[in-house]
Design a protein around this ligand. Structure first.
Ligand code: NAD
Ligand code: TYD
Length: 333
């Protein structure tokens, strides 16, 4: 048996990863540590509750006591726990610094004391900042634009420092924009799919021509798991989907898949500091033997269908505290 600590495992990618690990590795146990912020959701882990190889601990990665309890006996740590939404980071940067930088440090300290075999820090392509041309590779310098991406850059730099200074076997992944089931409906794709299903306007920022590289969540999980097992300690790996699209292309695809009117498209005031384009060079991970398996068209159709079939999951979220968030973000826009 190997035991993996999955922090932030009640969130979007972390919960998909917990399912992936338990399915893919029959001899692994998964311990999930999650604070259950607004983005953490036990519904995402519902079907694991009877699995004897799964354990859930509610707690904050900034709290050394609960981190020690969760990490005890673990071979691997995969740190997904973070504040993750750029727009929220513009309103409240402090909580991002606390969790994404300080929380990562608390985990690294514990990992050093326990002597874990691997610590994987889940980072993002946003640390490179906007790239108008070409593709970011792992040697490029970091130019984060938002409090979110600056905090993520801080977290991964701390992880690297623990490798360089203490020899902790750290690996870092920089993933691109991710989509799929169980994504909190504040991010572009689940927000627009669920708004379209409710016939509510789709708020496109600025001219809608900002570009992102999109990866399906199961590909992102598989890429992370591949790096956990095959990456070289101290190294960074870009994990991209190779699907670059403007926000307008994504918006039109969603409306097409749901057979909804383009009258729902509403241009709103742009996000401050909005990065124009992210694009990853994934040659390093390809050379190691991994590339994504899902086609963008099929995975988007699957994703849209999942939100169509699982109204129970997102209607619960949208009926609570969310209404206040939506008014704050979009009310005056
Ligand atoms: P998410 O917001 O859906 O989930 C984050 C989870 O972390 C939640 O369950 C939340 O409760 C938990 N959490 C937050 N603060 C915590 C704390 N202090 N202690 C313990 N748990 C805490 O995020 P996501 O989209 O699943 O992203 C997961 C990771 O992947 C993040 O590190 C993010 O930066 C990175 N990432 C995300 C994307 C993307 O497109 N979603 C792309 C690249 C990288
Ligand atoms: P988002 O899902 O927030 O991811 P990120 O900002 O981390 O890339 O946004 C993806 C793109 O969609 C980004 O260019 C901002 C844009 N966007 C909108 O146009 N309207 C919205 O309501 C949201 C949430 C995002």
């Amino acid at each position: 048996m190997k035991r993996v600590l999955i922090t932030g495992g009640a969130g979007f990618i972390g919960s998909n990863y917990a399912h992936y690990v338990l399915g893919e590795h029959p001899h692994y146990e998964a311990v999930i540590l999650d604070k259950l912020t607004y983005a953490g959701n036990m519904d995402n882990l519902k079907d694991l509750s009877d699995n004897p190889r799964y354990r859930f601990i509610k707690g904050d990665i900034c709290d050394p006591e609960v981190v020690n309890e969760a990490m005890s006996g673990c071979n691997y740590v995969v740190n997904f726990a973070a504040e993750t939404h750029v727009d929220r980071s513009i309103v409240d940067p402090g909580s991002f610094i606390t969790t994404d930088v300080y929380g990562t440090h608390v985990l690294l300290e514990a990992a050093r004391r326990f002597g874990v075999e691997r610590f994987l820090q889940v980072s993002t392509d946003e640390v490179y900042g906007s790239v108008l041309e070409g593709f970011s590779n792992e040697q490029d310098s970091l130019h984060p634009s938002s409090p979110y991406s600056a905090s993520k850059a801080g977290g991964e730099l701390m992880a690297r420092a623990y490798h360089t200074t203490y020899g902790l076997p750290v690996v870092i992944t920089r993933g691109s924009n991710t989509y799929g089931p169980y994504q909190y409906p504040e991010k572009l794709i689940p927000l627009f799919v669920t708004n379209a299903l409710d016939e509510v306007p789709l708020p496109v920022y600025g001219d809608g021509l900002n570009r992102r590289d999109w990866i399906y969540v199961l590909d992102h999980c598989a890429g992370i798991d591949f790096v956990l097992h095959n990456g070289e300690a101290g190294e960074i790996y870009n994990v991209g989907g190779g699907n670059e699209h403007t926000n307008m292309e994504i918006t039109r695809l969603i409306l097409e898949l749901l057979e909804k009117s383009s009258d729902l498209i509403t241009y709103v005031k742009d996000r401050p500091g909005h990065d124009r384009r992210y694009a990853l060079d994934c040659g390093k991970l390809q050379a190691l033997g991994w590339s994504p398996a899902h086609s963008f068209q099929n995975a988007m159709a699957e994703t849209v269908k999942w939100y169509l079939d699982n109204r129970w999951w997102w209607e619960k979220i949208k009926s609570g505290e969310y209404a206040r968030y939506y008014e704050q973000m979009y009310g005056g826009r």
